[in-house]
Design a protein around this ligand. Sequence first.
Ligand code: PLP
Length: 518
Amino acid sequence: MADKPFPQQAPDAAAGQKSAAAGDMPADEFRHYGHRLVDWAATYLGSMERFPVLSRVQPGEIRRRLPAAAPEDPEPMEEILADLESIVVPGLTHWNHPAFFSYFSITGSGPGILGELLSAAFNVNGMLWKTSPAATELEETVVDWLRQWLGLPSEFWGIIYDTASTSTFHALAAAREAVPGTNCREEGLADGPRLRLYASEQAHSSVEKAAIGLGLGLKGVRKIPVDDAFRLRPDALEAAIEEDLAGGWRPFSVVATVGTTSTTSVDPVPAIADICRRYGLWLHVDAAYAGPVALLPEMRWVLEGCGRADSLVTNPHKWLFTPIDASVLFCRKPEVLRRAFSLVPDYLRTSEPATNFMDYGIQLGRRFRALKLWMVMRYFGRRGVAARLREHLRLATEFAGWIDEHPDFQRSAPTPFSTVCFRACPRRLGWEGGSGHTDLPNQPDWGAGPSPEERLDRLNQELLDRVNATGEVFLSSTRLHGRLVLRLAVGNLKTTERHVRRAWDLLRRELEAMLSEP
Ligand code: PLP
C-alpha cells in the first residue's frame, strides 16, 4: 500500500454542498472519488502482505469507534474515506491475501471486482426478463458456459443464487415438490408423509439448514457413515433407506458431496445415483468447492456420475475467482423448481416468451451476478483458469508431501484437491508422524489428567493460534473422528510457493518453540 492510500488530490471544493442539495453525487465528484478508490483498491490488492491476514481487533472494538446513529447532515467524502482507512480496514480479515489458507481459500479477481462495480452502477433488478433482458440472458449464457466447462449434460438448466446454502435449499425444495402424491406447496407438510433425506456425516451444515427451512426438521436428515477416506458409504445409505421405509418414513432425496468441507472427500456419486434410481430419490450434488476443478481434463473424474443427478451446485465464488457472492445451481428439472416457487402477482405479470428468474426461487429482486462471472470467464478463459487451478493443486500436493516426510506431523485425510488436513504429533512426545496416516497412532502414556488425544488436540490448537497470531498466514481447523485437525487450503490467485513454504516454516518454528518451552 502506498504511504497515502487515499492521496490527497484536490477534491471538488463544492462537493459537500452539492451532496446536500437534491440529487445524487454529481458526476464529476463520482469520477474523482471513483478514480481514487480504484487506485486505492489496486494498491490494496497489490500490497496486501503489509496487513495481518486475520484481523486483530477485539469483539466490539469497531462498533465502539462508530457513531451510534447515522449523520443528520452530509459528510465530506474525505472524512468517510479517512474512517474507512482508520476504522474499517483494521477490522478486515483479508480474504484476498495470498497467505489466506483458511476454510476454503477464495479469491476475488480484477475482472470480477470490476464486474461488481459495473453491476452496482447498473443496479438492475433481474427479477423478470423485461426488467433487464441482458441480466437474464447473460445469466442463461454464463451458466451454460460453465456447464460446458464442467462437462455436464446439456439438459442441465442453470440459475445463479447468492450462496451454495441457498442453492441447496432450492434444490431440496424442488426435491420435496417432486415427491409423488404430495402437495406440499398447497397443503404444507402437516398431513403428508414423514419425508427424509440422506447425506454423509461429512456433508455441509447447509443441508440441515435447508431441512430446517423446508419444514422437514433436523430429524428429516439422516446422516450416513463414511469410509476411512471420509466418503459416504453406499451400503450404509441403502441400509438406512430400507430401515426408514420399514419404519414409515418416506425417503425423497440424497445429497452427495464432491469436495466435503472438512477434508474435500468425494462421495461415490455413480453408486449413489444407482441407489437414487432404484428408490426414486432426487439426487442433489454439492460440488460447491470442488466443482470448478472438473474443467481440468485430468480432474474430470471428480464429477463422474454427476450427469445423472437431478441437481448440482457449484460456487464460482469459491474456486472460480468470482467475488462473493455467486453460486450456480444446475437442475435437470427446472419445471419442478418453477412449480415449487412460481407465484406471480398481478403487478408482475408479463407476456414475453422468456425466462423470468423470479419464478425459480424465494427471492424476487435479483442482483446482476452474471456480469462478474461473465467477465471472469472471458478474462481468464478456460485455459487461464485451468492453469491457475493446476498450480493450486500442485502447491497443495507439495505441502502434503512436506507433512508426510516430517516425523512430527501427520496427514489426517487424503488430499484430492488443494486442501490439506494435518496435525502435529511430535515423535519426541511419543507420537508417530510421517507418511499419510489417517488413523491415530499408538497412544503414549501421558499419566493423569486429560487423555492423550485431548492433550494432542490442545497442542494443535495452540500451534494454530500461534501461527495465526503471527499475522503472516491464516489457517483453520476442523474435527475428524472427534480430533482436532488443522487445514491449509490453497485457492487464492496470488498464492505462490513462497507463501505455502512460509506457512510450513511457521508451523515448524512454532511447534519447535512450544516443545522447547517448559
Ligand atoms: N457446501 C460445501 C461443500 C461447502 O464447503 C460450503 C461452504 O464452505 C457450502 C456448501 C456453503 O457455501 P455458501 O457459503 O456458499 O453457502
